[in-house]
Design a protein around this ligand. Sequence first.
Ligand SMILES: Cc1cc2nc3c(=O)[nH]c(=O)nc-3n(C[C@H](O)[C@H](O)[C@H](O)COP(=O)(O)OP(=O)(O)OC[C@H]3O[C@@H](n4cnc5c(N)ncnc54)[C@H](O)[C@@H]3O)c2cc1C
Length: 320
Amino acid sequence: MNKTLKSFLDKSHIEYETDVALSQKTWIKTGGTCGCWITPHGVTQLTELCRWLYQEKLEFEAVGQTSNIFFHSTCNPAIVVCTTRVNDYSQEGDIVTCGCGTNVMRLSKDLLELGYAGVCGLTSLPGTVASAVVGNAGCFKCSITALLQSLDCLLPDGTIKTYSREELRLSQRSSAFKRGELKGVILSVRLQLEKAANVEEEKRKAERSSQWRKRNQEGPAKNLGSTFAVLKMRKNLRNITAFSTAHIGSKLGIGTYRHLLKQNLLFLYGYHSRLNTYVSDKNVNTFVWRDEQAERMFPIYKEMMNKIYNHAKLEIEERI
Ligand SMILES: Cc1cc2nc3c(=O)[nH]c(=O)nc-3n(C[C@H](O)[C@H](O)[C@H](O)COP(=O)(O)OP(=O)(O)OC[C@H]3O[C@@H](n4cnc5c(N)ncnc54)[C@H](O)[C@@H]3O)c2cc1C
């Protein structure tokens, strides 16, 4: 480990671990070895740390819960800054200011209890608020970016800039940060909230969303939710066959539509024996890092998805 980094962290009382197996830290338990995994507590420590790293020209990556990143076993980053302890938030009127690492589930459950609208769909969304902005994450017609008023970002030159929602040029599961058009570490995020007209109905919606997830999606472990952001099925004979037989099979009670569709697609495209274990039974767009072979299977899965769908664009991020 870089000696000046060690002495800076010790002097600043910032928590860190050296030579960490990323498999102990990342959501899907993958990755190589990280030279220094740093966990600042609070926005002030995060700002001080990242400003110093920029100044020293030491490369680093900021992550939240890593619930959208696949670290390959070949990825051995020197420095990772984990923001999950930058998680305080405060409220002034209808504006809530959140540390970048605030947990979206916790925040949205708290705001729902306080009677706010626009958060009922987020109570089961993994991850941190800054990452939800970077990836324009959303579900059940709710997103952090829909509530976003502005955010503070530490730029590589050490200054802090405030960005409005418009400046993030949001698109489907993406933003100027994700596309690399804006650079820096998001320090805090301000959300503009409105009271819900009917709080009990919002709570019922939250409960329905979480039940829907349980029925139709993999549990949270060993997957990153939807693997691809934009999927348009190609119009070809195999897809039409897979689609219509799954439809008929589900009407006849042979199985669920989603499971039958997955089975049909894997058979018709010739990937069943290799990928059946790794593709979710609940959604063909979810890859499951079930065991050590999964990493080797992931490129094969991407190959299959590109045959089934036009413009299959990854939603998750890969670090190789
Ligand atoms: C079971 C499951 C279900 C999911 N369901 C959904 C869903 O319904 N809808 C949806 O949209 N997503 C879904 N996801 C994906 C995931 O929840 C979101 O992408 C989430 O926003 C990622 O948060 P994170 O903190 O884990 O981000 P990470 O994976 O840690 O990081 C994501 C990106 O943000 C960057 N980043 C993190 N913090 C900062 C910062 N402070 N400043 C600058 N850049 C930063 C990282 O460098 C990285 O590029 C799901 C994931 C799982 C595992």
